[in-house]
Design a protein around this ligand. Structure first.
Ligand SMILES: Cc1cc2ncn([C@H]3O[C@H](COP(=O)(O)O)[C@@H](O)[C@H]3O)c2cc1C
Ligand SMILES: O=C(O)c1cccnc1
Length: 351
């Protein structure tokens, strides 16, 4: 088979910038290593951005939304219509991510990949209508090959727009009632483990609801298993439009040399898919937080991720990643603005 676009090379890290940043860190007026992981983060960002002093001034947040046919199985605490209603809330400024984007002075774009009930055009939303949501994967493959390709490209297109405005960091977010079920099903396939280990309450299922969700996922895995021969087929059979778009965005970001901050459970599953599709993209992914959804920690472990925050978040929308941006910005500010021992005339050597 011919090579797919996401199999093309990812940008290499800039080892010269990394070495300069490492050298600079050693000269700053503090005991060596005293800023802990913030030091390594600034150095890694230097290697990603190709400059001794990285910065995160220009932040691009893209929210991908899509509905999920598997909602018919009663796997979410909220009705499907919330997906479309939240699209309006994102652009009118009232959603959590809208508030965070304003606070961070970030660009926020909202991409509707397809809701179950078609929406009237919403100013500020890009409507792609890949389909009226996915099919119910308890019965049928979630999407077609053509649909997964359009979604992966929708993610790539967002990265292209981010690049044209000179983005320093990309944050992807998602909205789609039912998507913790799709994400858990994908994670079960990717990690070869039963749904009882990865299914969680999502928007707020009780214990019986979580047990039902796990049974739905296990049955769907059994139904599709024989036809899933890799991560792309897993996405087609078990995925969601927004999960595929996030996967495409992460892959394209690595190919175009844009650092990524990954949000919660659903985004982390998209990141694991991206790494399985093109392992070299892993270097470009930073992980924001370890959330409350039980599958999240397992997916982070598989990615060898060291998330920055642990706040019990279970919202999605890119909110956890947005919350971690100030920490990364401060790591860059310390790295870029602290005085060196020579500049401040402070004794460099310990006794
Ligand atoms: C009002 C509201 C806003 C949200 N923003 C993100 N999610 C989050 O919850 C959904 C996944 O949970 P589940 O799989 O249990 O349906 C996704 O839309 C996710 O982004 C929301 C959910 C609700 C109800
Ligand atoms: O961690 C997440 O991304 C998450 C968890 C629950 C509901 N929505 C998103």
């Amino acid at each position: 088979m011919s090579l797919q676009w996401w199999q093309g090379p990812c940008q290499p890290l800039d080892h010269v910038a990394r070495a300069k940043a490492e050298n600079r860190q050693q000269q700053l007026t503090k005991p060596a290593g005293s800023l802990g992981r913030l030091e390594a983060l600034a150095i890694h960002l230097a290697a990603l951005q190709g400059r001794e002093r990285p910065s995160l001034d220009k932040l691009w947040i893209a929210i991908f939304a899509g509905d999920h046919g598997v909602v018919a199985e009663g796997i979410s605490a909220y009705p499907q219509a919330v997906t479309g209603q939240m699209l309006a809330n994102f652009v009118s400024g009232g959603a959590a991510i809208s508030v965070l984007a304003r606070q961070l002075d970030a660009a926020l774009e909202v991409i509707d990949l397809g809701t179950a009930e078609p929406l009237p055009p919403l100013p500020g939303v890009r409507h792609l209508q890949v389909g009226a949501g996915t099919q119910n994967f308890a019965r049928d493959p979630a999407m077609t090959h053509a649909q997964v390709m359009i979604c992966l490209e929708a993610g790539r297109d967002s990265i292209q727009r981010a690049r044209t405005v000179g983005c320093d960091l990309f944050v992807g977010g998602e909205m789609g009632i039912g998507n913790t079920t799709a994400a858990a099903a994908l994670a079960c396939w990717l990690l070869s483990c039963p749904a009882s280990e990865l299914a969680g309450p999502g928007t707020g299922l009780d214990d019986a609801g979580v047990a039902h969700k796990a049974r739905v996922i296990d049955a769907a895995l059994a139904l599709h298993q024989a036809r899933i021969d890799g991560p792309l087929q897993a996405l087609i059979h078990l995925g969601g439009f927004e999960i595929a778009a996030l996967t495409g965005a992460y892959l394209a970001a690595a190919q175009q040399g844009i650092a990524v901050l990954v949000d919660g459970f659903i985004c982390s599953v998209a990141a694991l898919l991206a790494v399985r599709l093109n392992p070299a993209c892993r270097n470009w992914l930073l992980f924001a937080h370890h959330g409350a959804e039980p599958g999240h920690v397992r997916v982070l472990q598989a990615l060898k991720a060291e998330p920055l925050l642990e706040l019990g978040l279970r919202l999605g929308e890119g909110s956890g990643a947005a919350l971690a941006v100030p920490l990364l910005r401060l790591a860059c500010a310390l790295h870029g603005q602290m005085a060196t021992f020579a500049e401040a005339a402070v004794a460099e050597r310990p006794n």
